[in-house]
Design a protein around this ligand. Structure first.
Ligand code: ZN
Length: 312
C-alpha cells in the first residue's frame, strides 16, 4: 500500500555535485539522505566510511539495519541491482536499454517485483531506525536516494504504487564534467583523445537517457538542476526545490548544513570534509581553449538545452 513517503532520486552522470545537493537537502527538516543506497552491500564489503565518519561495520545505525534485514549485505540482492563494481554500475546493458528506448516498462516480472519489494523494505526499515535513533528529526517525509544510476531510476519507477517517486536530474557544464574526469589521471596524447571522446559521449548519452526516463514522470515529479546554479546561489535553488517538494519551511541556515547527523552511503569526498560550498571552476583554467571548444561542440545539442554557452 502507498503511504505519504516520497523517495527523491538524484539522477546524473556523476561528477555533477550530487553529493553537495544531497547534503544540503539532508539538513532540511523532514528530509533524510540515504546517499547512494544501492551501493550499501558493496560499501560494506570494502568497509568504506559511513557519512557519520566511521567504517560502516562500526556504525550502529547500519549495523542495526543489517541485523533487521540481513539480506542487505548480499551484493547479489535484488535491491542492489545495477551496482556491479566499487566505482559504479556498467553503462551498457542492452537488454535493459531496449525497453527504455521503446518506452516499454514491462520486464522480467519476478526480478522486478523483488527489486521493488526489497527497496521498499529497505526504505521502511530505514525510516523505523531514524524514528528510533533520531526522534528529533522526525517525521521524515522525504528519503533522498542519490544513487544517480539511470537503470535504478527506471526500475524504481516500477515501484510507484509503494511510494511517491520524484527525480532531480542534475547536470553540469560538459567541460567541467570532462575536466573532473581527467583530474588525477595520467593520460598520454594518443589515449587522451580517445579518453575525451569516451567521456563526452558518455555525457551526451547518459543525459539523453535520463531525460527519456524523466519523461515517464508527471511534470510535477521531475526537476532539472544545474550544478553551477546550485553552488553559486544555493539558497535560491534550495527554496525552489523545497517548494517543489511541498515542504513547509520558515528559513534555511546554510551555515549549519553539515551539523545534522547522517549515515549516507558512498558519494564524493566532500561528504567527509568541513567547510563551505566551493564552486569548482578549475576547468576554465585547466583545459586548453581547443579542448574547451571541441567539448562544447561535441555535446552541443545537450549542453545548449541545459543553457550552457560556448563562451564561459
Ligand atoms: Zn553511520
Amino acid at each position: 500500500m502507498k503511504n505519504d513517503l516520497t523517495i527523491l532520486y538524484i539522477a546524473s552522470t556523476g561528477r555533477t555535485g550530487s553529493t553537495i545537493l544531497e547534503m544540503l537537502l539532508h539538513a532540511i527538516d523532514g528530509c533524510w539522505s540515504m546517499g547512494e543506497v544501492y551501493a550499501l552491500a558493496m560499501e560494506m564489503k570494502r568497509d568504506a566510511l559511513c557519512g557519520c565518519g566511521v567504517p560502516i561495520s562500526s556504525c550502529n545505525f547500519w549495523s542495526q539495519l543489517i541485523s533487521d534485514l540481513p539480506w542487505l549485505k548480499d551484493i547479489e540482492a535484488p535491491y542492489a541491482r545495477f551496482r556491479d563494481t566499487f566505482e559504479g554500475g556498467k553503462f551498457f546493458r542492452i537488454p535493459e536499454l531496449i525497453p527504455i528506448i521503446q518506452g516499454d516498462l514491462a520486464r522480467e516480472k519476478t526480478r522486478d517485483e523483488l527489486f521493488c519489494l526489497q527497496n521498499h523494505l529497505l526504505f521502511q526499515g530505514l525510516l523505523r531506525l531514524v524514528n528510533r535513533f533520531y526522534p528529533e528529526y522526525c517525521p521524515v517525509r522525504v528519503l533522498i536516494d542519490s544513487s544517480k544510476d539511470f537503470y535504478r531510476l527506471n526500475h524504481l519507477s516500477l515501484c510507484r504504487d509503494k511510494f511517491t517517486l520524484k527525480v532531480i536530474h542534475m547536470v553540469r557544464d560538459p567541460r567541467g564534467y570532462l575536466f573532473s574526469n581527467m583530474k588525477g589521471k595520467n593520460i598520454n596524447n594518443i589515449n587522451r583523445f580517445y579518453f575525451i571522446i569516451r567521456i563526452l559521449t558518455k555525457y551526451v548519452l547518459e543525459n539523453i537517457i535520463i531525460e527519456r526516463i524523466c519523461k515517464y514522470f508527471p511534470s510535477s515529479s521531475r526537476y532539472r538542476l544545474r550544478y553551477e546554479d546550485l553552488v553559486l546561489n544555493p539558497e535560491k535553488e534550495l527554496i525552489q526545490i523545497i517548494n517543489w517538494l511541498g515542504i513547509q519551511l520558515d528559513k534555511i541556515d546554510l551555515n549549519q548544513f553539515r551539523e545534522k547527523d547522517n549515515h549516507a552511503i558512498a558519494g564524493n569526498i566532500t561528504r567527509h570534509i568541513s567547510g563551505k560550498i566551493v564552486y569548482d571552476d578549475a576547468w576554465t583554467k585547466g583545459l586548453s581553449s581547443s579542448i574547451k571548444q571541441f567539448s562544447f561542440l561535441f555535446t552541443l545539442p545537450v549542453a545548449s538545452r541545459y543553457g550552457y554557452k560556448l563562451k564561459e
